[in-house]
Ligand binder design. Structure first.
Ligand code: 2HA
Ligand code: ZN
Length: 275
């Protein structure tokens, strides 16, 4: 048990959960985190596994057959992950069909993986394919400023992307592909998982209206940093809109094109429309 908790990827997972809690993104049991383990990471901890019964995932993720994931538990609090990880998180294995999972470690006092497991796994499946296997982290948080914007901005990818790009010069460099927006949907099920994973084919960020955000990344630093950057940009927009409804000046479409050339990023023209 202690050996598992000392491994680098488990330590990284715990630190990220704690960082999210400290940001104020995880009231009560809000939010969830998952990490697709590397083959050698799974091998290195296999001797501690105690497999439980197979359970249906609630959706189908055939490309994730036989993969192992580290995930937060349903109803568990991010606040407790660092002080009691073995009670708050678990490792799961996906079966050879991609229809079922079983807990192999953790959640020592019982429980299930995150209620958003279908969304996490469908996002992993899409991002693994889109990134050539590089993306390993899917993170869902209840980020207050981004949620606030879903009450005042039209729920359109092009508008969220452009407005958040304009709030901080680093934004188009950090998320050059843009941001997708899922209208309000019932959380926890297959339908919202399908809608989110469709957007994840194009973006690394999906906003859930009146709920929160999902982000995907290669490692804990990049994925946490992405959530942090989008939410900080949303905070600046909330502050700006609180001062006055319009901007006296801003970053123009041509400014973005100049930035793209110097920073060697591709910024799709669909987001550089004239207002
Ligand atoms: O409570 O965030 O979306 C966990 C969640 C569900
Ligand atoms: Zn949530």
């Amino acid at each position: 048990m202690s050996k598992i908790l000392e491994t680098g990827f488990v330590q990284g997972f715990i630190r990220m959960a704690d960082d999210g809690w400290k940001q104020g993104w995880h009231e009560r049991n809000g939010g969830n985190l998952s990490y697709r383990m590397k083959t050698q990471e799974a091998e290195s901890v296999k001797e501690y596994f105690e497999p439980k019964d197979w359970q249906p995932i609630g959706t189908s993720v055939p490309k994730l057959a036989k993969e192992y994931f580290l995930v937060t538990g349903s109803g568990k609090y991010f606040r407790n992950v660092s002080i009691n990880p073995q009670d708050s998180i678990c490792m799961i294995e996906i079966d050879e069909t991609g229809e079922n999972y079983r807990i192999v470690w953790g959640l020592v006092n019982g429980g299930r993986p995150t209620s958003e497991l279908p969304s996490h796994l469908m996002n992993h499946e899409v991002k693994m394919a889109a990134s050539g296997g590089k993306h390993r982290v899917i993170y869902h948080a209840h980020t207050a400023n981004t949620i606030a914007l879903t009450f005042v901005l039209p729920l359109e990818d092009r508008i969220f992307t452009r407005e958040l790009w304009e709030m901080a010069t680093e934004c188009p460099v950090v998320f050059p592909d843009g941001i997708g927006v899922v209208p309000w949907m019932v959380p926890g099920g297959r339908d919202i998982a399908v809608a989110t994973s469709e957007l994840m084919k194009k973006y690394d960020v999906a906003v859930w209206a009146h709920h929160g955000m999902f982000v995907s990344g290669e490692d804990f630093d990049l994925t946490f940093g992405l959530m942090h950057t989008v939410e900080k940009s949303a905070e600046i927009l909330v502050k700006m809109l609180s001062m006055r409804p319009d901007k006296l000046q801003t970053i123009s479409p041509q400014n973005f094109r100049d930035l793209a050339a110097d920073f060697h990023v591709n910024l799709p023209e669909e987001f550089l429309y004239e207002k």
